[in-house]
Structures are given as structure tokens and as C-alpha cells.
Design a protein around this ligand. Structure first.
Ligand SMILES: [Fe+2]
Ligand SMILES: [Fe+2]
Length: 266
């Protein structure tokens, strides 16, 4: 079983000739994908029935993944210019042991709101500690991390790193919820307290666990994108859009791990 090459998709830029023409094409591709994502969003909203809306929505998800891929190439190019491309994949010492935390090379926006708004807080509570939420993701990935068999050690490491990123998301949502005027208790937008049964445990089934983690990221991206559209506050929109970039990276890493460990060698 080969090593999980987290940086493999980024390393592609190492072998591609770095020509301006190529990077212009990548920029064009990213722009085209963004336009397609927007177009399919409008199309899904206009669909005459739920089944069609669902199908178009899944096409939109694919386009979002393509967009994220091209944008990640651009990020990598920018980092190369600063000679720091590989830094974020190197192991760092955390709590006295080496750990790899997947990072998107872009700072988080400032945590601010235009003004308190209980309706926006209600939406963020769903992302914060609803059924599919940061709280659920942290606990699910940590359980899967602890449950992975020895031959899935690198997947276990990935899950732990991602759960730490989800904790940062949860902290930012808590800060936003407070600024919107609510105490950030562990509940969803309807006031239902978070429940440990939200976690998809699937003990002893690492590939099914990875599948459920992939699904969790897909759903998170979809919900965040809906909330970005529903919330008319530029500061909150910026934070959620930045979180989406992390979730897109998680989706790619989990998908790559699934392909490597569950399809090729499984
Ligand atoms: Fe998250
Ligand atoms: Fe995530």
C-alpha cells in the first residue's frame, strides 16, 4: 500500500512547464468553472421539480470541485513565488509530536458582523452544532481517526488533522454567533441540543467511514453555499466562503484517500 500523497495534486505543477500561457489558461478555467457553478445554481433554483433540482445540484457540486482544483493550482503557483509551496504539508510539532494539518494558504478574514441579527445566528447555529455541522465533523473524524486499523495509519493522521481544522471553523462560528447576539451553546437553529447520535460511527468499516466523511464534506459545502446566498452581511459571507475553501480541500483529500485505500488496494 503506497503512502498517501497529500500534495500529489499540487505536485503536478512541479512537472508542468511554468509558462505564462499555461497560467493564463488555468485562470480562465477557474473563471469558467466559477461561472458554471453560478449558472447551475440558478438553474437548480428554477428547476420545475425536486428530482431535476437534485440532479442539477449534483452537477454543480462537480463544477465546484473543478473550480477548487484550478484555484488550488493558482494558490500553489503564488506560493511557489514565495518559495513556500511545500511548507504547509510538512509535519509540525503539535503537543510534542509531529502532526500534519491540511491548510489552505490563505488567511481567514476578520471575524466581524455588520450588525446583530438573530435570523443569521439561527442559520449559523445549524453549521455550528446541527446534525451536519462542525461539531459533528470534529467528533466524527476523531472517532474515525481512533477507529482506523493500523494499515490505514495515514488516513487516521489525515482525519485527525482535518478534525483540528474543523475545530477552528467551530471557534469562528462561535465568535460570529456571539457578535450576532446569541450565546454559542451546542444547539442547532431550532434550539435542539447537539446529539452524539449525529456521528456516523460505522466501527470497523474504514472505507464506509471515509465515504460518510466525503458525504459530510459535500453536504457542508452545499449548506455553506446556501447560507452565503441567504446572509446579506459581507463579513459573514467572507468567513463562510473561506471555510468553504477548507471544506473543498478536505473533500479532495478524503476522496483521494478513498481512491487509494478503498478502490486501488481495497
Ligand atoms: Fe468545517
Ligand atoms: Fe471539512
Amino acid at each position: 500500500m503506497g503512502p498517501l500523497s497529500y500534495a500529489q495534486e499540487y505536485n503536478v505543477v512541479e512537472v508542468i512547464p511554468v509558462s505564462e500561457r499555461f497560467w493564463r489558461m488555468v485562470q480562465e478555467a477557474a473563471k469558467d468553472e466559477a461561472a458554471a457553478v453560478d449558472f447551475y445554481r440558478q438553474m437548480a433554483n428554477a428547476a420545475p421539480c425536486r428530482a431535476l433540482c437534485h440532479s442539477i445540484e449534483s452537477i454543480r457540486q462537480d463544477e465546484m470541485e473543478h473550480q477548487a482544483f484550478f484555484e488550488s493550482l493558482l494558490c500553489c503557483r503564488d506560493e511557489r513565488r514565495e518559495d513556500d509551496c511545500k511548507g504547509r504539508w510538512e509535519k509540525k510539532m503539535v503537543h510534542g509530536r509531529p502532526m500534519r494539518i491540511p491548510e489552505v494558504p490563505e488567511p481567514y478574514p476578520p471575524i466581524k458582523v455588520e450588525c446583530p441579527n438573530p435570523e443569521y445566528a439561527r442559520l449559523l447555529f445549524d453549521d455550528y452544532a446541527g446534525m451536519v455541522s462542525e461539531m459533528t465533523a470534529i467528533n466524527q473524524y476523531l472517532f474515525h481517526h481512533n477507529d482506523m486499523p493500523p494499515q490505514f495509519a495515514e488516513v487516521a493522521e489525515l482525519l485527525e488533522g482535518v478534525s483540528i481544522v474543523e475545530m477552528r471553523h467551530m471557534e469562528m462560528l462561535a465568535e460570529l454567533i456571539k457578535l450576532l447576539g446569541q450565546p454559542p451553546m451546542y444547539m442547532d437553529g431550532q434550539g435542539r441540543f447537539w446529539d452524539a447520535s449525529y456521528v456516523q460511527y460505522l466501527p470497523g468499516h474504514p472505507c464506509e467511514q471515509l465515504q460518510s466523511d466525503i458525504e459530510a464534506e459535500r453536504t457542508a459545502i452545499q449548506t455553506y453555499c446556501q447560507h452565503i446566498e441567504m446572509i446579506d452581511d459581507k463579513y459573514i459571507k467572507a468567513v463562510l466562503a473561506r471555510i468553504v475553501k477548507d471544506e473543498q480541500l478536505h473533500l479532495r483529500l478524503f476522496t483521494k484517500a478513498y481512491e487509494q485505500y478503498c478502490l486501488c488496494n481495497g
